[in-house]
Design a protein around this ligand. Structure first.
Ligand code: ADP
Ligand code: MG
Length: 275
């Protein structure tokens, strides 16, 4: 993901990879205008249909003579409101899966439908707008902009989407409150602990009230007690707000707290277990 982000040619601001990842996720200013254009389902997407429908997806990375089949014919359906964990050893394709299914990266074969829409059918601008409005992202290394306060980081997706500054501030403070961090709203990331920074990231992922939250190793950089706390916040949000969570993790403790655990190995789904 970082590699893709750093290859963006038109970055003018802060050169850190965090800044670039945030910019990638939120870079459009045309979100509001495109809403109706992509609200056109490509499949029959009635109530009870899976919110995420992955059909025979393959992903091949090739550079020079090296060819990596990172996803091999992966199919998976995720129900609305489900909390799903994707587990498996390092290098088995978890991050690739998350990037391809969330539309951050393109697939080599197969199709992904999100709420009935084939993301590959959208151009980059519409895809980015769709993500900014309907998805939240939580990464292992918090991706907070160091020069912005906690509340400014959280309101970023709203500001970029054209929400008025006063409304954005109000919603950002509410989101920080949901992760019990309202009292640190004016602190910079450097003044916060790892767990607190990850809570800011969660608040930012939720501030747009997205249907789906994608998390890649959200507890990977945290001690086990803090990791547990972060998981409690995410499970509470999942239960109370009904958001769908897809969480990539190698932490079995995280998997146990999800509704379903998918095991991947060498680019394939090899097992599935419901808790
Ligand atoms: P995981 O997240 O499970 O550790 P990844 O999805 O990052 O695994 O990687 C799956 C496989 O794809 C690995 O063999 C990795 O080396 C390869 N891979 C990932 N990203 C790229 C890339 N941008 N270019 C080439 N190979 C890649
Ligand atoms: Mg990974």
């Amino acid at each position: 993901m970082t590699d893709d982000a750093t290859s963006e040619p038109d970055q003018q601001h802060n050169n850190s990879s965090e800044a670039q990842q945030v910019a990638i996720a939120f870079k459009t200013r045309n979100d509001q205008q495109t809403t109706t254009e992509y609200a056109n389902p490509q499949t029959n997407h009635g109530a009870g249909a899976p919110i995420i429908d992955v059909q025979n997806v393959t992903k091949i990375y090739s550079s020079g003579n090296v060819r990596v089949e990172a996803l091999k014919d992966v199919s998976l359906q995720v129900a609305r409101g489900e909390m799903l964990a994707i587990m498996g050893p390092s290098g088995c394709g978890k991050t690739t899966f998350l990037n391809c299914v969330s539309g951050l990266d393109s697939v080599s074969g197969g199709a992904v439908f999100i709420e009935g829409t084939d993301l590959a059918s959208l151009n980059d601008r519409k895809k980015t707008a769709y993500r900014a409005q309907n998805m939240g992202f939580i990464f292992q290394t918090y991706n907070l902009l160091p020069v912005l306060s906690a509340v400014e980081n959280v309101e970023l997706p709203l500001v970029v989407s054209g929400v008025s500054t006063s409304k954005a501030r109000k919603r950002a403070l509410e989101a920080l409150d949901r992760v019990n961090l309202a009292d640190r709203a004016n602190n910079w990331p450097a003044q916060l602990s790892g767990g607190q920074r990850q809570r800011v990231t969660i608040a930012r992922a939720l501030v747009n009230d997205p249907a789906i939250v994608w998390a890649d190793e959200p507890t990977g950089a945290l001690d086990s007690r803090t990791a547990n706390e972060i998981m409690s916040i995410m499970t509470t949000l999942n239960k109370e707000q009904g958001q769908t969570f897809v969480i990539v993790t190698h932490d079995a403790g995280v998997g146990k707290r999800c509704d379903r655990v998918i095991q991947m190995s060498d680019g394939e789904i090899v097992a599935e277990e419901r808790n």
